[in-house]
Design a protein around this ligand. Sequence first.
Ligand code: SF4
Ligand code: SF4
Length: 496
Amino acid sequence: MANFETPELQETVEIPALKQDVMSHSRPFVAKEQFQAPLGFPGELADDWKDVAITKLGELLKTNRALQVFMDSCVKCGACTDKCHYFLGTSDPRNMPVARQDLLRNVYRRYYTLPGKYFPKLVGATDLTEEVLDQWYSYFHQCSECRRCSVYCPYGIDTAEITMATRDIMNAVGKGQKYSNEIIGKVFKIGNNLGLPQPALEDTLLGLEEDVKDDTGIDVRFPLDEKGAEVLVVTPSADFFAEPHIDGLIGYAKVFHAAGISWTLSSHASEAANFGLFIGSNENMKKIAMRIREAALDLGVKRIIFGECGHAWRVAYSYLNTLAGPFDFLDPRYPVPQHICEFTHDLIQRRVITLDKSRNDHRRVTFHDSCNVARASRMGDMPGGQFVIPREVIKAACNHFYDMAPETIGEATFCCGGGGGLLTDDLLELRVKGALPRMSALKQVVEEHEVTHMAAICAICKSQFSKVLPYYGFQMDQIISVHQLVSDAIVLDGQQ
Ligand code: SF4
Ligand code: SF4
């Protein structure tokens, strides 16, 4: 256990007494040159870094009109101040969304507004200095880009966009984050965040075939690089690696088997995650997304389905066509892309697959809405489908489902505390403290409904909860994949 105090669980969301700068020490490891270079970023601060940063900010203001609007439109109404899980968990006022935004806004005012140029003190404009850059590095890595604050802002100011822009500027001057940039480099070199090469993937998938055969007596296939399959499944590499993710992958395979639809994974596009989003780099996001297009063309598939991964679904749903389209070579009868929950939900509705809910009677389940699915995408063809469809899949797979408090789910969901490129042990204190609102909401349903498990559809959420649940007195295996519930409930022909 690291050296900090875990906050006490609360009955309701409580606004903490302010503790100025209490998290100013929190910052992730800085990327060295070896992790910066593959992404096209300098390895360290050059003498002219300030000019480069100010020029980059100017470019972003021109190319991202929303950023310009966000810089100019805050009226300091305060509606966002108590909406961030990192503020609620740490008490540091710089983790209030508006204060975080102001770290960039004050520099913007200094260099890109007339009052800021001539009367900086009057309008709170600040020079860009190394001290300011350090503050940026610390506090823009205390934002998981979850967008909860923007839901409550009367002007719709999106702090996540401001965080992404600032990280983009920091990368441009050679102050990137090791965790995210090293991972992106691995995707470029090997194909996935975990750096699993093709033989390791093949070995893992063969092992899973054997495990499922032992459990069920059925030959359920986990195909890799299979040309001519109907569906390409792009899933987070965590699904190949460890629990609870891998149990979700087993669930997908059983669904395809039961539905009789051919599918394949790809070693070239063996990663759904796209950390280019987290660092605000369109170029890197595009490079990662192109691997999916290349794999789909190479394998000759007709459909693309994404596995359980929150921000990957945001990139897929909102940007895939722009980044790597057009996908006019796929079957036009299906959406591009489709979410695995949408796919399974449709099969359940049409009674193509059968689930026996009683097989999950030992579980009492709640559901954590992942930020990037809840607030930055949709699922299916109905408004709010991203909230309805995963819950309907869960309810079809188990008898005991209980939602957490309404102000903590759906569009108002609290981040797990590890999203946005913060799922690294050098930020463990932040991750544990930022999980407070979600852990408090979980405690409530545990007490009221004897909930035993929290299901999720995001690899980052699942990894984060596995780590932080024990800090709050829960068990790490209380977090499960939605498709693990499906996997345990699905009725396969000939099953022993
Ligand atoms: S986007 Fe999320 S993490 Fe970032 S400031 Fe807003 S609420 Fe906090
Ligand atoms: S809610 Fe919006 S306008 Fe109000 S202080 Fe926050 S960012 Fe500014």
